[in-house]
Every structure is written in structure tokens, then in C-alpha cells.
Write a protein of this length. Sequence first.
Lengths: 342, 449
Amino acid sequence: MEDKTIDKAELKSAPETPAGPGGERLFVTSSPHFLNKESVPKIMHTVVLALFPAMAASVYFFGLRALLLYVICIGACLATEYAFQKYRKKPIKIYDGSAIITGILLAMTLPPGFPVFGAILGSVFAIGVGKQLFGGLGFNIFNPALLGRAFLMATYPVLTTTWVEPRTVQKAVDAVSAATPLALMKFEGKLTPVLDLFTGNVAGSLGETSAIAILIGGLFLRYKGYVNWKLPLGYLGSMAVFSGIFWLIDPSKYPDPLFHLFAGGAMLGAWFMVTDMVTSPTTDLGQWIFAITGGIMAVVIRLFGGLPEGVMYSILFMNAFVPLLNKHTRPRVFGAVKAKAE
Amino acid sequence: MGHKTFDRGIHPSYYKELTASKRVESAPLPKTVTIPLQQHLGAACEPLVKKGDLVIEGQKIGDVKAFVSAPVHASINGKVKDIELSQHPGGVRVLSVVIEGDGTAKEWSGAEIDLNSIAPEALRDAVREAGIVGMGGAAFPTSVKLAPPKGKAIEAVILNGCECEPFLTADHRIMAEEPGKVVWGLKALMRATGAAKGFIGIEENKPDAIEALKKAVGSTGIEIIVLEAKYPQGAEKMLIKAALGRKVPVGKLPLDVGVVVNNVGTAVAVYEALNYKKPLIERIVTVSGNGVREPKNLKVRVGTSFEEVLGLCGGITGEGEKEVLNGGPMMGIAQSTLSVPVVKGTSGITVIASGKIKPEKYDPCIKCASCVAACPMGLMPYRLGDYGLKQMLANFKDFDGQSCIECGCCSYVCPAKRPLLQWIRMGKFFIRREAQRAAAKANNNKATS
């Protein structure tokens, strides 16, 4: 053994052969080299599909007028999305399905007789202010459809609360206006049978009438894995428990939990708005807090607020806390030392 | 169901059926081998031979005095053709010894020795001399793991037979075909560390291996722990949590909870080193993927080129872009050339042909929380990804980015196809660089004052 040290500068480098078989170049990326088959458009389109039963039910109960509102809202949402993306010189991604969801959900929060210009205005506000001004998909703080609905509520307080009876309810005279089950409960103390609520044979917004149709869509989404079960369970569960407490205190004054779950927008909100990925927390604990507090708030507004329905504001209110919840409910890091957590 | 496991993680498609039932074949002797002088974590070896030297199979050709290192050995009989910088499957260029073979091979055999006749220190020295490193892929020198610092007692040795990477079946075949050597190797590792307990962790998707090991274990008191098939079950910390319920604290090592984890292949290497006096010059490599014509489990000499190994499996097939990986698809490293050699840590060569390769574009994060639900370390990858990409290092540290074990679950599940792990690696890299610069500055200040 002579000289063990080697002058590295004098070392000959092996020629690099940047080639696979037959001289073709190999693809190099960082790991993992394997991804699952999910994609954002796939998720969004599945949600659209899950909304079909509820859409079909509303067309059945309210006729073609309902269909017109869906078409208007979806069209206006897509157009607004396109205009903003064009203006911001961003890639046009209106086919990812997210604007369609916003359009459908917004239409579902409107009364069947809502004027077309109002629906367009609401859609423009929902997508423009609710989503694109925040930076587009993934960056909005509030659920765009609910924000659009809240805007319409403030601009057209009468039109957004003028209801008609569904076609399926036989009336002596042509129904001009009717009251929703929640308004009947709140202002007249009348309870609507739960079976009517369940099937949707009541007055109300397009999507808030048929609980069964929404449930079918929601469970389909759950089966597909696009719904975090904690969110609808937490929201509906806390609504049931909290309203149940009052019902037990005074059943004559407060409606039973089943009424609360199936009346108004509770089902629609719990399955399609509370579960909105963008505007719900990302951590386990955050999701529980978000859903449970939201459910309690909805009941509080329904029973003690000035409005008959509290689902919309409860969700919007909780949306505002999502960044805070994400920040303070971080999951426990594997092997975290106790001193840090406490 | 009902098997032990860790929290979160993912269930990727495994594709193990391609090679799971194929017996290990011995690859023919390669004509030339390129043996990198660094095939492990730690200090690189200095060459002990020079151009023109004759070497014999098993002869030590590189070593260094550092504690965290492992010597390298000639894997064939022949002549040193060159010592040059050449491409290493780890993605760097490393000084390597090129040996031209003379076509002869040595027979390695020997009777099983009595473990009680060797002192633990002698065992550790033998493991080091044989150049044994962790064969699951990380290639950490095994002798270092066997020598815990004073005051830290090792209670248990866990053999890692999880093999949670898709495609790979090398460990599976080792356990099914050589269970006796695995168990003997485990006993040797227990003696070297003074551990009283021995465990073998296997995922439930390898029933034949579980059966074979159960037979081999007999009544030795070694416990076989059947674990849920879930990725990354084979990550050291996840395995310890699943098997013993102990969590390795942040920034600590398994030996801080009294455990040493070794791969099953490492145990076999220990067996052969002690009984056959055979250093680590050969290993079992799974060659698989949809871009390989005939997927196989091959026993390959260290230093054989990927090109030659792939040639033994019918070569690369398929249309379009191809990725050739050192390892499996979750943690493997993509190669730019097929001239790279098989090293001690090459558990598999996976070739992925078009259709499976990642898209280049990604969508904005929709906060779906899939990554949070998948991260085995309990991190928030979507945030860490942003912090890494934007070099927001204070936030990155605050969200425990350095705890990331780079398993890739987050990138795998992301529906927006965001390269989260890549960005997290960037964050870790910038933090390392920041620390290096601070250290250099401190040194300079010391020198000038």
C-alpha cells in the first residue's frame, strides 16, 4: 500500500450517460413518484352530482321556476368567475366545478319566486366579492353562496322572505305567499308535521325543503370520502342536543329536535355548507369546535333571534373563526414533549 | 383489521403481487462493478487500493477512522480498473472504485457459531468490519446503532419487516425464504446491544413470511408483531409506536426510548458476516414497476449497474416518460442515468412508465385537510409547504417542519397535486443553510477577534 491520498483534481470523472435504453432521457422528480387519483375538479364535480337529488326535488315541488333559478345562478356564477380570471390574467378554470357549486347552493337558498335580476346580482356578489376578491378558489374566508345570500337578504329583505307553497299542496285559492315552517313556528307558534319536512312538502327556499333528497346527496358524498363526517355530525348533533334541552324544559313553547333538524336550511347547511372544504377548519379539534358551535348558534338564532332561520348566519359567523381555529388547534406533533403542549 | 398500527398514514396501491411470490434469483456475476466509497450516512471512506491492484471478493477496499461510517468491500474478484468520481444513486457524485472482474467467484459458507461464545464488543466490531449498514434504504451504519452512548440501556431490538413501500418485496422474500437467518441475526443484534427482548414487525399482507418466521422463532421468546398494512408503517418511529406503544420524542432517537430498529435484511447480513465471514457485498433487490418487462427479486452484487440489473429483467418497457427509482415510489430517488450502481441501501429498482408520472401543474390549496389527516407525524403539511416555498422559516419552525420524516403521504393525497413534500424539503434545506451560515459567521468572528 503506497500512497493512499489521491489528488481529487486529477481524478478522471466517469462520463455521464444521461440516457436510458436507446438513448431516451429519464424523467427526474422528487419523491413521492406516486400520487392518488383525486383532483380538485373531481371533488367539485362529485359535489355537483351529490346536489342533483335536492335539485330534482325542488323542481318537483316548485316547478320550472326552480329550474330557471338554477340556470340563472349557475350561468351568472360562471360568467363572473370567467370575467375575474380574465381580468386578473389568471388561467381560466371555470370548468373546475367550484363556481357551479356556488351557483347551485345560492339558488337553493332563494325562494322559488325570487326575481331573475336579483339572482344574477347575488351570483355576481357571491363569486366576485365572496371568492375572487379574496384570490379565487381556496382563498376565500366565507362560503361564497352564503355570502351571496346574505347580500341579497340585506338588499331585498322582502323578496328573500316571500315564499310560495309547493305545487303539491292543494289550496282553494292560488297561493300568493306562504310562510315557512320556521316562520310559522316562530311567529305563529304552529308546528309543521315532520313527515312533510322530511319529504319537502313545505314552503321554503329551493334547497331547504326536502331533507331526504339532501340526505341522499350528503351520504353519497360521505361514501365518496369528500365529506368529513365530523362536520355534519357535529353541526346536526349539537343542534339536536341544544334544541332538545329547551324542548325538555318546555315542550309547549319549544319545538322538538327533529323539527329543528328537518326544517329550514339545517340539512342543506350541514351537508353542503358546513362541509365546504375551503371555509372549514383543517384540524380535528378545530372541526369539532366549528361544527358544534355553529349548531348551537343556529338554534340560538332560531329560538331567540329576530330571524326565523339561523343556519346561514351561524355558518358565516363560524367561517370567520376558521383561521383562528386552525392556528390554535394544531394537531399534536408525534412525540411532542409535554412542556411544549401545556 | 384489529392489527396494531400508528395514527393516520395512507393506503396506497401496493402492486406487490408483481414480485411477492417470486423466489429470489441470483444475478449472474457482473463483468465490472462500480463501488462507491460512500454508501452510508456518515463519513466517506478513503480508498485502500489503487489503480491496477488485484482484489479478491470480500477484500476491504475502503475505510475511514470516523465512528459514523462503514467500510466497503470488493464484490467480485478482479483488478482495480479505475478510481473515479461517478454517479451515485443517492443523486450525488462519489469517489468510486471500478473493478473489472476475472469471472471467478468465491463460495461463502460456514457453520453456525455459538453466540454466547462471542463478547458483545466483538460482535459490534465484526458488524462494522463487514461494512453492514441499514438495508431498508437509509443505510445508517449498523455498528453505530449497536453502540448506545453510556447511560442509555437498550431494552428491545425490533426487526423491521414491514416493507410498506409499494412494489418492494425484497424483505418479504428474505423473511419467507431465510427465516432462520433472520431470527439468528436478531439474536446476535440482541446480544450486541444487551437487549432482553426481540420483536419482528411485519405487515399483515405477508402471510407466508409471518408463517415462516413463526416456525423459525419457535419458543425463543422473540415476539412477532403483525401490523396493519399501511404506509409508512416501516418508518422507525411509526414502527416503534405501533409495536410497543412508545413514542420517540421530537428530536430524539429510538435509543432514547430503549429501542433499536434494524431491517430484516440487515439481520441476514449480520448472520452471514458472523458465520460465513462474508462482508456486505451482495443484497436482494426488487426490480419492479410498470416499466419493467419481467419484475423479479434478484440477489445482486453491490456495484452492479442499474442498466445490467434491468437487463436481467427484460429491460425497460412502456411508452413515454419513464422514471427509474432507487427504492420504491414513495421515497425512492429518481435517476438521471442507468449507469449508477446498486449500493448497500438499494432495496429496489422501480421503473414507472408514463401514465403514472406526476402532473407538472398544480391547483390552489382548497384546505381539504387530506394532508393533515394523512401526516403520520401530526403536522400540517399544507402550511409547511407554503412556508417552505416562501422561505418563511420562522413559521416553518413554529409549525415543527423539522419533524417531517419525508414519507410523502401529504403529496400523495393532495387533490390539488401540490408538491408539498418538495416544498417542505426546501424549508428544511433553507433552515440547514441558515444554520451553516450562522456557524460560519461565528467562526469568522472568533478568528478575527
